[in-house]
Design a protein around this ligand. Structure first.
Ligand SMILES: Cc1cc2nc3c(=O)[nH]c(=O)nc-3n(C[C@H](O)[C@H](O)[C@H](O)COP(=O)(O)OP(=O)(O)OC[C@H]3O[C@@H](n4cnc5c(N)ncnc54)[C@H](O)[C@@H]3O)c2cc1C
Length: 402
């Protein structure tokens, strides 16, 4: 910060709200650019978070953060979509040019948060931001422990969507998954099915009549297992019972879970898929889930969090250099570009639910190597390109606002 900034009463260049992947990334990169950053997290790390399957195109951001995400984590070679009724399986290799992993979010998010501190970010946990006021002269922030004044705000508050909720700019994306119910198992016994799963480290996605199931192998022969429901819940069935019903009906899970031990509670997440219509404005920008959240069928959440946070951080730095920090359109060009990737994923997820994509496209891809490659590139997060015919057709399929 300059002397002039101090005279303006700024405590920090940037305050980042939320110490998940998006917030820790934005804070670290801004600190690497030489700015004075405060990162506020309302919980205490390691805190539980769902979202364990990563995409390889996160790797460039991971490298900038200077961490080794292979450490202690299960290698993920690809994604397997399955119809258990016909016993059809389609494998898409994902860790081809770049590698990726299945990881437990508690320790991983803690590492990202601590990594921010190592890069000079001032980090505080168990401090919740209550209010922000973004004006032309600066940003005022009130938390449950203090007040701060800064030049810029990054909202990385996840699905709490601090700015989106106060601006009433959250637009639901209808007709995707409605809720998820999930749990975790350990002590997965050796078997042909289990050994193949842990060797490849792939995510298995069996499609079922009311949605889809995730089976994610984690290090230490543990499994994350969840059901995402698109339809209304059957009236005669509690959410937890629904999970047991679908796990019991799955031959693959019967084989995998034989002799295994459930070690985590059953958890439920609702409030799926939305886009924040005002992702940036006067002296603020949103990233990660605070900018938008998609049904997790293609495991895109953390990848989008890394990608959007890196863009926001680099643009704020550029804005400071150019004296454009009070320009409400500072992020407009980046945001348009980012939404190309977000909307590709959105259309892909919409197709998954609306056109029986697994049968009509994924299983067909076995006979069409070009199509298989196009799908694998989307599933890897290779979204900012202009040579993927499938991506072009997805984006041409429907005009989408913000
Ligand atoms: C059922 C389900 C399955 C998923 N599966 C996957 C998957 O397999 N792969 C994948 O990549 N993604 C998955 N996701 C999505 C993924 O978890 C998110 O996209 C990702 O965590 C986004 O990171 P973030 O940093 O934006 O938000 P978060 O990780 O949610 O971090 C936000 C942080 O902000 C803090 N916070 C919120 N409000 C405040 C406040 N007012 N003051 C201070 N701190 C605050 C929160 O405590 C939190 O730590 C899944 C999501 C769900 C719901």
């Amino acid at each position: 910060m300059t002397n002039e900034d101090m005279q303006n009463g700024f405590d920090y260049d940037v305050v980042v709200v939320g110490g998940g992947p998006a917030g820790s990334t934005a804070a670290t990169l801004l600190a690497q650019h030489g700015h004075k950053i405060l990162l506020l997290e309302r919980d205490k790390h390691p805190r539980f978070h769902i979202g364990e399957s990563m995409l390889p195109f996160s790797e460039p951001v991971i490298q900038r953060l200077g961490i080794d995400w292979s450490e202690g984590n299960q290698f993920k070679s690809g994604a397997v979509f399955i119809d258990e009724n016909t016993d059809q399986r389609m494998y898409f290799p994902l860790s081809v040019y770049r590698k990726t992993y299945q990881l437990e979010r508690g320790p991983f998010d803690q590492r990202l948060f601590e990594n921010a501190a190592k890069h000079g970010v001032e980090t505080r946990q168990e401090e919740k931001v209550l209010e922000v006021d973004c004006r032309a002269e600066g940003v005022d922030i009130v938390s449950d422990k203090g007040r701060y004044r800064c030049r810029y705000l990054v909202d990385a508050s996840g699905r709490s969507a601090l700015m989106g909720k106060s601006d009433r700019s959250i637009a639901r994306i209808e007709n995707l998954g409605k809720f998820a119910v999930y749990t975790h198992y350990e002590n997965i016994q050796p078997s042909e099915e289990a050994d193949a799963l842990f060797e490849s480290g792939s995510i298995y996605v069996p499609v079922v009549d009311i949605g889809w199931i995730w089976i994610i192998p984690l290090s230490g022969r543990r499994l994350s297992v969840g059901l995402v429901v698109q339809k209304e819940r059957p009236k005669d069935c509690e959410v937890e019972e629904l999970l047991w019903r679908y796990l019991a009906d799955s031959p693959i899970l019967n084989r995998l879970l034989d002799g295994a031990k459930q070690f985590a509670p059953v958890r439920v997440e609702a409030d799926f898929s939305y886009s924040n219509q005002r992702r940036h404005g006067l002296r603020y920008a949103c990233c990660g889930d605070a900018a938008g959240f998609l049904d997790p069928v293609f495991s895109s959440g953390v990848f989008l969090a890394f990608t959007s946070a890196a863009r926001v951080a680099d643009r704020i730095h550029q804005g400071f250099l150019e004296g454009r920090e009070a320009d409400p359109e500072l992020h407009a060009v980046d945001d348009d570009d980012y939404m190309l990737g977000f909307n590709t994923m959105r259309m892909f997820v919409e197709r998954f639910y609306q056109s029986n994509i697994v049968h009509n496209l994924f299983f067909e891809a076995d006979r069409d190597p070009e199509l298989k490659d196009q799908i694998a590139r989307l599933l890897s997060g290779d979204l900012w390109v202009d040579n993927n015919a499938l991506q072009k057709s997805l984006l041409a399929g429907r005009h989408m606002s913000g």
